[in-house]
Ligand binder design. Structure first.
Ligand code: HMG
Ligand code: MG
Length: 305
């Protein structure tokens, strides 16, 4: 297994897009700053989507501007569903944008109100403009291991969408188990099918942890040569258009596993935990990350001793 694994931090975007508590722009900026200072230098910080669809991401332009100015070593990603979002993102200084498609028609319709084929047509001008502007484009494929509306999703359908996004010019394709239903054998089979179309070095894994399988699925994927992992501090996350889905795999849990395997992440766990705990306090609930919970319990015990 390769010794270099990259983490793309999702907390400020996927992590907060489904929260009922409204988190201020200032707090979102502070969250990104704390995560980058913890070593999570590649971070998705917002989304330029309809404010009616995701009110939590309003102010993403302010977040992006502030963190780009304050943290020159950060690589900040933002979601764009169409040209309107692309224009707003670039106006706010975006250097990396992410388009998001689905492997299932049901989720495509629910999430972005169009078919898979229509979504690809929407992305074409975004990719063409990004190429001309020197903006990098990442592509997501959602529902790669199951769809809340259509049920089973064929690996060949995932591979088709992934190849299309890659052919359009996406530098990396992030494969989303949006509802966290996958298991390692299934994840491995899906990744093999996709890697036959898009080389593993251009793939990332974006696994939600609804059924507690995300780490095992990531391990299987790493064995297949996929070495980019999307994760969210504290295990925050979810999508309002994916009923039943819970958070992304927790960054703390990923870092703990990788470091335990002798793979250096460059992440300072104490600083990451502090960032997670501050956001958890704002949200009014403890982190779901097992590692964060264990470390918090250990600290509390040490404080008492
Ligand atoms: P629509 O209603 O079909 O779009 O929505 P429309 O073009 O007909 O426009 C409707 C209204 O939205 C108009 O405003 C537009 O101006 C506005 P109105 O005239 O009604 O006042 N609008 C926009 N406003 C701001 N920014 C934009 C934009 N585009 C149109 N970019 C649309 C289609 C895609 C816009 C909508 O469905 C949408 O914004 N969806 C976003 C859904 C979303 O963000 N979901 C969560 C992220 S995806 C995810 O979490 C999965 C992922 O994590 C991977 C995984 O886990 O699998 C990435
Ligand atoms: Mg997600």
């Amino acid at each position: 297994m390769g010794a270099r694994v990259a983490i793309v931090e999702m907390g400020p975007r996927d992590g907060l897009q489904n929260e009922k508590v409204s988190v201020s722009v200032e707090a979102r900026i502070g969250f990104v700053e704390a995560l980058v200072k913890a070593g999570l230098t590649t971070c998705e910080v917002g989304a330029f989507v309809s404010p009616k669809a995701i009110p939590q991401m309003v102010g993403s332009d302010q977040v992006l501007r502030a963190v780009s100015a304050a943290l020159p070593r950060g690589e900040f990603h933002v979601l764009v569903p169409n040209e309107k979002g692309y224009e707003a993102a670039v106006a706010a200084g975006a250097k990396v944008v992410s388009v998001f498609a689905s492997a299932s028609e049901g989720f495509s319709r629910a999430n972005i109100n169009c078919s898979i084929a229509e979504s690809i047509e929407r992305f074409k001008p975004v990719l063409a403009r990004a190429k001309a502007d020197g903006v990098k484009v990442r592509g997501y494929v959602s529902c790669v291991l199951g769809c809340p509306f259509d049920g089973e999703v064929r690996a060949s359908a995932v591979a088709d969408v992934a190849r299309t996004l890659r052919d359009l010019g996406c530098y990396e394709i992030s494969l989303g188990d949006t509802i966290g239903v996958g298991t390692p054998a299934k994840a491995r089979a899906m990744l093999r099918a996709v890697a036959a179309e898009v080389p593993a070095e251009h793939l990332a894994m974006h696994f939600h942890d609804t059924y507690g399988q995300a780490l095992a699925n990531l391990y299987a994927g790493m064995e297949e040569g996929v070495l980019v992992i999307d994760a969210a501090a504290g295990g925050l996350g979810g999508c309002p258009y994916a009923p039943g889905a819970t958070g992304n795999v927790a960054t703390e849990d990923v870092v703990y596993m990788l470091e335990g395997m002798g793979i250096s992440t460059g992440v300072d766990m104490e600083k990451l935990l502090a960032a997670t705990n501050r956001m958890s306090a704002l949200l009014g609930r403890p982190p779901v990350s097992r590692v964060a919970s264990a470390l918090n319990a250990k600290r509390a015990k040490a404080g008492k001793d």
